[in-house]
Every structure is written in structure tokens, then in C-alpha cells.
Design a protein around this ligand. Structure first.
Ligand SMILES: C[S@@+](CC[C@H](N)C(=O)[O-])C[C@H]1O[C@@H](n2cnc3c(N)ncnc32)[C@H](O)[C@@H]1O
Length: 321
């Protein structure tokens, strides 16, 4: 079962100071515009109560009594400012789960890795990017799927996974890799015991071996440049583009192409079809796309040198953070 966004709970309990005034329609529109331009997320009219509830906590933390004061403050902040980060962390929706949309993980093992191993006599280099990784369930699911499939085939690989998100709070939790037993339900008991260690009181922690495969890094998909150093075999970008408008979705998918190997595979969320969009990918499965730009149509990467992008660097996203 999907987990509701944890940050929507328990906010009332923090109400030590008086509740801030109501969020006005005009201020909501300005917040929504700011979020759209910086994060890409398009908030519909029906998200006003959600935004009010989430930002009320920031107001209380800062001792502010009106949303207008907070709006003026964040509008003036540079992107890297800690309060701007807190603002973004407050507005993201992070719902995720292990093996979510399980057919993608079957595709990854059976349709992608198995033929690749058959065609590679030596241990292949596999570079994977999970680009909206939330609290980590998705990148750990990718790592478990690939490691299990390699073990089953009696093969090894040089596997590295970059897991990124715009939200620094969820990234910290992902890096920790500690989950309630209930969250691990989609995994088999065998997978749970192979890849997690019990931490007492119903908590399990991803093993060192699993965590060593993944580099967690903050990255905004809206940024003009992404610090991606290797040519990627696989990109997961699931259940985040649904918040972006059509043009932004297509721009981001074209940007992925610049960082992918010629036949790299892109997984999107179940309702994020790119049918009809002008993108250099062909549809090869249920919300699965393969990079399919003809060699003559392949432009130079926009922001990095060809060797940086096409090389097989040690990690997709640079050094471990
Ligand atoms: C609904 S979760 C999906 C998590 C996971 N991909 C899945 O399918 O289970 C969406 C994630 O996208 C992240 N996100 C939203 N806007 C983003 C952006 N501009 N750049 C990178 N991540 C973003 C959010 O912080 C959130 O963790």
C-alpha cells in the first residue's frame, strides 16, 4: 500500500504559538508561481489548503504571523539559502514505496539486464540514475533487483546508482536507509534478510553492501545543468513529472537523452506517458522508453564535454555526499 506523505501528519501538535492568519488567494497564486518557476511543480487551485497547512509550520518556526511576510522573505532568497531549501522541502510530495509499479523491476531484470549479460562476456559497467528518489525505497529497489538478478545469473557487474531528489529531508532519510518492517512488505522475506539488518523495535536498515552501491545527492530537475559525469544506462524518473507541465516534461526528457548511452532505457511513472512528445526516445514497454536518437541527429551534450558525458566515470553523480 502506498504511504501517505508523512509530513502531512502531526503538524497541529507543533502549534505552540498562535496559528498564522489565513493564506489569501493572491498570496497563494504568488507562492504557486514561485514554486512553478523554481521547482517545476504546478499547483492547481485545489492545493491551497495543503500549501497553507505545510507553510504554517515554517511561519511558526520563524515567528511570523502572516503568509505575506513569509512570501516576501522567500521571494527574495537565493536558491541555495537554507530557508529556501526548507520552503521547498515543505512543498514537495514524497509518496513512494518499495517495488512500486513492480512491472518496471521485472522489466529491468528480465528484459534489460538478462540480454545485456548474455551479450557481455565480461562484467559490464552499469550506471543508473534514480532522479526523484524520495526516501530511498526506489533506488534500494533498483539495487536489490539488479543485485539479485546478477547473483541468480552467477555474474558480477560494476554497478553504481545515483539517487537524487530536490528535497534534502527525504535525501537524509534515504541515506540512512532505515525503514519500518511494514514498509518492507513488498520485498520477499528472502530479500529482506539478504539486504537489510534488523535494528530492533520493528526497524530494518539497508546493508552496507546495498548502501555502498548508491550515491545520494540533491539535484533539481529544473536546473539547466546537471552534475552527471557518466553516460547512463538507465534512468528512473517516476511520479514526479506528473507535477510538471507538458513543455517542462519534454524538456527534461530531452535533457536525459544528453546523459544517456545510445540505447539507454528510461522508466517513467504510470501516468506519465510521453506519447506524441518531441523526444529522442522510442516506446518499448509500459511507460518504458529507449533512447533512440539516430547518430547523425545526436548533438553534443549541452553543458559538459563529450568525454565527461560519454565516459564511464566512477560514479554517475560525482563523489559520494
Ligand atoms: C511522489 S515522489 C515519487 C518518488 C519515486 N520516484 C516513486 O515513484 O515512488 C516525487 C519526488 O520528486 C521530488 N521532486 C519534486 N520536484 C523535483 C524537482 N524539480 N527535481 C527533483 N526532484 C523533485 C519530490 O521531492 C519527491 O520526493
Amino acid at each position: 500500500m502506498s504511504r501517505p506523505d508523512a509530513r502531512d501528519h502531526g503538524r497541529a501538535s507543533q502549534a505552540q504559538s498562535p496559528a498564522p492568519a489565513e493564506l489569501s488567494r493572491a498570496d497563494y497564486d504568488r507562492f504557486a508561481q514561485l514554486i512553478h518557476s523554481r521547482v517545476g511543480i504546478k499547483l492547481g487551485d485545489n492545493r491551497m489548503p495543503m500549501l497553507q497547512a505545510r507553510l504554517a509550520r515554517r511561519l511558526r518556526a520563524l515567528g511570523l504571523t502572516t503568509f505575506r511576510e513569509y512570501l516576501k522573505r522567500v521571494e527574495a532568497l537565493p536558491v541555495g539559502d537554507p530557508e529556501f531549501t526548507a520552503f521547498i522541502n515543505a512543498v514537495t510530495t514524497n509518496k513512494t514505496e518499495f517495488l512500486r509499479e513492480e512491472h518496471h523491476f521485472r522489466y529491468l531484470a528480465d528484459q534489460w539486464l538478462t540480454p545485456l549479460l548474455a551479450a557481455s562476456p565480461r562484467a559490464p559497467t552499469l550506471r543508473v540514475w534514480c532522479s526523484a528518489s524520495s526516501t530511498g525505497e526506489e533506488p534500494y529497489s533498483i539495487a536489490i533487483t539488479l543485485m539479485d538478478a546478477l547473483e541468480h545469473a552467477g555474474r558480477s557487474a560494476d554497478l553504481r546508482i545515483l539517487a537524487s531528489d530536490i528535497d534534502t529531508d527525504v535525501l537524509s532519510r534515504a541515506r540512512e536507509g532505515v525503514y519500518d518492517e511494514e514498509r518492507l512488505q513488498p520485498l520477499s522475506p528472502l530479500q529482506r534478510h539478504r539486504w537489510f539488518a534488523k535494528q530492533g523495535a520493528g526497524l530494518w536498515r539497508a546493508s552496507d553492501e546495498l548502501r555502498a552501491l548508491i550515491t545520494f545527492k540533491r539535484l533539481n530537475l529544473m536546473d539547466e545543468r546537471w552534475p552527471i559525469k557518466s553516460a547512463l544506462d538507465v534512468v528512473f524518473c517516476r511520479n514526479v513529472m506528473i507535477y510538471f507541465d507538458r513543455d517542462t516534461q519534454a524538456r527534461i526528457v530531452r535533457h536525459f537523452a544528453h546523459h544517456m548511452k545510445p540505447d539507454g532505457v528510461l522508466f517513467l511513472g504510470h501516468s506519465e506517458t510521453m506519447m506524441g512528445a518531441d523526444i529522442p526516445f522510442r516506446h518499448i514497454g509500459r511507460t518504458v522508453y529507449q533512447h533512440a536518437e539516430p547518430p547523425e541527429g545526436r548533438g553534443e551534450p549541452r553543458h559538459e564535454t563529450p568525454s565527461q558525458v560519454r565516459g564511464n566515470g566512477p560514479l554517475p553523480g560525482g563523489d559520494r555526499q
